[in-house]
Design a protein around this ligand. Structure first.
Ligand code: NAG
Ligand code: NAG
Length: 371
């Protein structure tokens, strides 16, 4: 992985200097004030969840992965980064560790059994997941324009897409069960997806959370080598191009209620796959501005989830499920009024990606230039 990283950088530096001959590698230092601002936001966000521990597994998944990204950033940091900033970031990693150490995993609330398996397996593999670093590059996403249609039309269109959250949970579970079996048994079976799940990942198109859930499954499928003969990297690339168009559309529609979580999730997932187009100072400013005064992030996305068909229409679930649904909802919102743990998780993850991108020399200066 590291060798690949070096190789990438070398080609990129050559390309960068060809385009921007006036920059030298010290220019990234102009990003330092931005990172300061992010670190203040992160500090406040983590402080909030240190005081009010979340029971949402997604928060801890995001925390674990952010911890890995941040540690990598600190270790690789250029010597010209001010020591105080480095100390700030180190303090943030310590805060993350404290939160993790004080986590009562047994108190977590899961939306269903499939998702419980998925979350637990992700926790068990956190060391691997949090050390995956895709090199960040610019110039591969092309100039995607926002959609021509309106937000209402987008919501209608999303309803026709696959998978629903339930179907996505089921397939991600299937994928991880197969992946874990190949890791723990001596038998030489490969990780496999059922044809239905393979189709869910590969075929057709998606929008909104339908699309980010496919992307997450594709990332896991690539990590555990679950689709023999399929170029998962190319597929991830294709998904992120489509997502990029959507991210720009959400912005063009002026971030309708309930879409902030999605916006930050798109940035987090695709930037972590190395697509530098998702790093934009103006997007960073939005995310910073969305923080609630008490430190968390809020976004009432339930209506949006329902309108886009990602979670089913309000059919009457059996009483046991209804109880579960209530508890999940309560967990997501109980942490101080309007705070939402998934929204907070996506803010944490995307902001840490920004810290890494802004401090990575050689290309960090470009983010202001490429809109
Ligand atoms: C980091 O944390 C230590 C211990 O809490 C504190 O003394 C120090 O001032 C912090 N550093 C920064 C830059 O905030
Ligand atoms: C968290 O726990 C680990 C292992 O138990 C320990 O090494 C570490 O010092 C703890 N960190 C904090 C910040 O409490």
């Amino acid at each position: 992985m590291y060798a690949r990283y070096i190789a990438f950088l070398t080609t990129l530096v050559a390309a960068a200097f060809a385009i921007y001959p006036y920059f030298d590698t010290q220019d990234f230092i102009y990003n330092v004030p931005k990172v300061y601002r992010i670190s203040i936001t992160l500090d406040k966000l983590l402080e909030y969840y240190e005081k009010k521990p979340s029971k949402d597994p997604e928060w801890y998944i995001a925390l674990g992965i952010a911890r890995g990204q941040l540690e990598y950033t600190i270790n690789e940091m250029d010597k010209s980064v001010p020591p105080k900033l480095k100390e700030n970031l180190q303090n943030i990693t310590r805060k993350m560790d404290r939160i993790r150490n004080n986590t009562d995993v047994s108190a977590f609330v899961y939306r269903n059994k499939d998702y419980e398996y998925v979350s637990k397996t992700i926790f068990e593999n956190m060391d691997v997941l949090s050390s995956l670093m895709e090199p960040l590059t610019l110039g591969t996403m092309g100039t995607q324009k926002p959609y021509q249609f309106t937000f209402e039309q987008y919501v209608q269109e999303a309803r026709t897409k696959m998978p629903s959250r339930k179907a996505a949970d089921a397939c991600t579970m299937q994928l991880l069960i197969s992946a874990m079996e190949t890791q723990t048994t001596q038998a030489d079976g490969a990780c496999e997806l059922t044809p239905e799940c393979q189709a869910q990942l590969m075929k057709g198109s998606g929008l909104a959370f339908q699309q980010t859930s496919r992307l997450r499954a594709a990332i896991l499928a690539r990590l555990f080598d679950c689709m023999e003969g399929v170029d998962t990297s190319a597929h991830i690339y294709k998904l992120c191009i489509q997502i990029y168009k959507e991210t720009k559309s959400l912005e063009a529609w002026n971030h309708p209620p309930g879409t902030r979580t999605l916006f930050m999730q798109q940035i987090l997932y695709c930037a972590s796959q190395g697509y530098g187009e998702f790093i934009k100072p103006r997007w960073m400013n939005k995310i910073l501005a969305w923080q609630e005064p008490k430190g968390c992030y809020a976004d009432d996305r339930q209506p949006f989830l329902k309108l886009t068909g990602f979670v089913g229409p309000a059919s009457t679930p059996p009483p046991k499920d209804r109880e579960e649904e209530y508890r999940v909802k309560k967990v997501a919102t109980s942490e101080g009024g309007s705070c939402n743990s998934l929204t907070s998780a996506m803010a944490l993850g995307s902001l840490v990606m920004y810290v890494r991108a802004l401090l990575e020399t050689d290309q960090a200066f470009q983010y202001d230039v490429l809109i």
